[in-house]
Each structure stands twice: as structure tokens, then as C-alpha cells.
Design a protein around this ligand. Structure first.
Ligand code: FAD
Length: 363
């Protein structure tokens, strides 16, 4: 087989580039995907009970980029879902990020914005030099809220306490002095009306794009396909045979349970900072607004081993990544794009924006 472009990975990065190259430049494309489905981590599907769920945890699209929103809107309508997250602390359900409503529920008293400002002034811990994530939090909101919301959640999420993590991990702590209970404040947000996977199917529906080779590692076919350029969205260390060592990730185990009731919880995602081994529970029917007599929920357990999800934010791993990147930059016709190839936690809109930028370069 001969194509203009071989694209490794059928997630947001791979599908965006495949679509643009095929539609806009008339290039022939072959997409190869290791998993048994397209969509990358945003893949959703109907489970055996007929409930639409997301295989790799809660994914909500949100962006401030009109260009990205308009681009994806060619392939889907959006269902208008606005994401809200509850946290269970001291036996109460309160909204995240912390806002006036959160504080009122927590302390059983009313707060004006000025009163909240004074509350933080009284509780804030003076830290001369911000050295770690704990310093970031206590210097803004004080010890008590740190203990309630951040300390144990971070330990579960990263396997490390905030004082062991760089300040960047919680660099921007969003505390709101208003009653905005939305989790994301971006101008555009929602879930594709027929799900993410349908959107990806439409993106790939182009006669210049060959049927996606599923269940196939690109290495299995790379020698038997002739191509001019390679777009690589897999792990960068794998591409280079781990010659500088492995880039570590924090992983997750997802446990799905279907319940014989219409509704389980009061928000799409409920966080449990202090109890249980899992960090959060997702109920997908909130996202998709699906009518169904049953509901599926998903418990999320952070783990050290497993699929790569969150790059570990430590300078020594960034160093290793940069070694790979220097090698990658030397390769003429191979392009590294996406969260695994860039070893960076990227939201979906950032990945699409990056892919559109790369497309401009290639045009
Ligand atoms: C738990 C969780 C929740 C998230 N929630 C949100 C959210 O709410 N909003 C948001 O904007 N972002 C969210 N994200 C981030 C989102 O998942 C990423 O932005 C997005 O998946 C990145 O797309 P990608 O194409 O770069 O990577 P991926 O989606 O990972 O796609 C890469 C694809 O390449 C394939 N691949 C890798 N190596 C090979 C190989 N050797 N051969 C063939 N195929 C290969 C993989 O199987 C994968 O399908 C979340 C991430 C996680 C982990």
C-alpha cells in the first residue's frame, strides 16, 4: 500500500490531522490504531445495558477557542451540558472549585465576597518561598481547606503528598468570589450530541482516508506501507525504543457498575477527597442526558501501573522528555503531536489546536 501520510493513533490528534490532510489537501491517509476502537481516550460506547459510557473516565469538552469549537462543530452538534463537580467533605456535598456557595454549605453561614476575602486573609499561612504544592494551597486558603480538599485527594491521585509535588501541580488554585458553580468557565462547552465516537467517525468519513487499521501497532505495518510523512501521536519514548529511559505516568483503574435505578448521584462527577480508595465517581447519564431506567457509574482508582494517563510532573522526567524531543526535531518527515508524543497533560481542545497548527505547517 502507498499513502501520502501514515498517522499513528486515532485520538483527537490523529483524527484531526487525518481529516484536514484528506479534506483540505486531498492527501491519502492511513490511520493505524493499537486499540480496538477509534477516539483515543475520548472513546464512548453503549454498554451491554444500552447506556452510553466513556471507557477512559469522564471527558467533557470545553474551550475558549472559537476556531477549535467551530472546527469540531462541523462533525457534531453539542448537547449543551454544563459540567458541575461535587465533593463530599464532612458528610456534605459541596461544589468545586471553592466558591461562595461551597463555603456557605461547609460552614453553615452566609458569605459575601468581602467576607470570603477576609476569611482567607485570617486563615492564609504566610509562606516566604513557595516550594511545593502544599505551600501554594495553604498560602491562599489556609490549613483547614487544604486538609479538607487537597491533602488526601492529592495523595490518592499522585501517590504523593502535596509537599512532595512541585508548585506547578496546583499552581493556579481556582477560588471564586462569586456563586458560579460551573466547573469550567470556558465560553464553549458540552458533549457531542451523539457521543464522541460518532464525531470521530464523521471526521474519518472521507474517501482519501483508508479504513482505520485497528488492533495494530504501527511497528507491525510500518515496513509494509509506503508513505511520505508520518504523524506520530503515540508515546515518544516508545518511538525511540526507550533509549533514554521510560517516561513515567500515573495510571487509573476504572470500575464500572450498572445500577437498577434511574439516577445515582447529584452531579456528573462526585469527588471523595478523604474517604475510600477511589478519587471520584462518574455517572454518565448526566453528561449525555440519556433517558434509561438504569444508570452506569464508574469508580476511578489511581494506580502506579497501567495505561499512561498523567505524565508525572517532575523536572527529571521533563529532562528525559527533552532528550527525546531533540532527537524528534532532527527527523525530517516525522511529526510528533498529542499528549503522548509531547509527554504533557493536554486538554482535548489544546490537542485539536495543536493539530490544526501542525496542519498549517504541513500545508
Ligand atoms: C481520566 C481523564 C479524563 C480527562 N478528561 C478530560 C476532559 O474532561 N476534558 C478535556 O479536554 N480533556 C480531558 N482529558 C484529556 C484527553 O484525554 C486528551 O486531551 C486526549 O485524549 C488527547 O488526545 P490525543 O490524540 O493526544 O491522545 P489519545 O486520545 O491518547 O490518542 C492516542 C492514540 O494513539 C494510539 N497509539 C499509541 N501508540 C500507538 C502505536 N504504537 N501504534 C498504534 N496506535 C498507537 C493510542 O491507542 C490512542 O488511541 C482527560 C484525560 C484523562 C486521562
Amino acid at each position: 500500500m502507498r499513502v501520502d501520510y501514515l498517522i499513528v493513533g486515532a485520538g483527537f490528534a490523529g483524527c484531526t490531522l487525518a481529516e484536514r490532510l484528506a479534506t483540505q489537501l486531498g492527501k491519502t491517509v492511513l490511520v493505524v490504531e493499537r486499540r480496538d476502537h477509534i477516539g483515543g481516550n475520548a472513546y464512548d460506547y453503549y454498554n451491554e445495558d444500552g447506556i452510553l459510557v466513556q471507557k477512559y473516565g469522564p471527558h467533557i469538552f470545553h474551550t475558549d477557542s472559537e476556531a477549535v469549537w467551530k472546527y469540531l462543530s462541523r462533525f457534531t452538534r453539542w448537547n449543551g451540558y454544563v459540567h458541575r463537580v461535587l465533593a463530599v467533605v464532612r458528610g456534605k456535598e459541596v461544589y468545586l472549585p471553592i466558591n461562595l456557595d461551597t463555603m456557605e454549605r461547609l460552614y453553615d453561614r452566609s458569605f459575601t465576597p468581602e467576607e470570603l476575602e477576609r476569611f482567607f486573609e485570617r486563615h492564609r499561612v504566610r509562606v516566604d518561598e513557595i516550594r511545593n504544592s502544599r505551600d501554594v494551597v495553604v498560602s491562599q486558603v489556609g490549613e483547614e481547606l487544604y486538609e479538607l480538599f487537597f491533602k488526601n485527594y492529592t495523595k490518592k491521585q499522585w501517590g504523593l503528598y502535596p509537599e512532595e509535588l512541585a508548585p506547578e501541580v496546583t499552581k493556579r488554585l481556582p477560588v471564586r468570589f462569586n456563586r458560579d458553580t460551573r466547573y469550567f468557565t470556558d465560553r464553549f462547552q458540552g458533549i457531542p450530541s451523539d457521543g464522541f465516537t460518532r464525531m470521530f467517525e464523521r471526521m474519518l468519513d472521507n474517501s482519501n482516508i483508508n479504513p482505520v487499521l485497528l488492533n495494530t501497532d504501527y511497528r507491525d505495518i510500518v515496513d509494509s506501507v509506503r508513505f511520505d510523512k508520518l504523524v506520530y501521536t503515540g508515546p515518544i519514548d516508545y518511538y525511540f525504543d526507550y533509549k533514554y529511559g521510560r517516561l513515567p505516568y500515573r495510571s487509573l483503574d476504572f470500575k464500572f457498575v450498572t445500577l437498577d435505578k434511574e439516577r445515582h448521584q447529584n452531579a456528573g462527577v462526585v469527588n471523595y477527597p478523604n474517604e475510600h480508595d477511589y478519587t471520584r465517581v462518574t455517572e454518565f447519564k448526566h453528561f449525555y442526558m440519556q433517558k434509561h431506567p438504569k444508570t452506569t457509574i464508574c469508580y476511578e482508582y489511581p494506580t502506579a501501573e497501567g495505561d499512561p494517563y498523567y505524565p508525572i510532573p517532575k523536572p527529571e522526567f521533563e529532562e528525559i522528555y527533552l532528550k527525546y524531543k531533540r532527537e524528534a526535531d532532527k527527523l525530517g518527515s516525522v511529526y510528533f503531536i498529542g499528549r503522548l508524543a509531547q509527554y504533557k497533560y493536554l486538554n482535548m481542545d489544546q490537542v485539536v489546536a495543536g493539530a490544526l497548527e501542525l496542519f498549517e505547517e504541513l500545508s
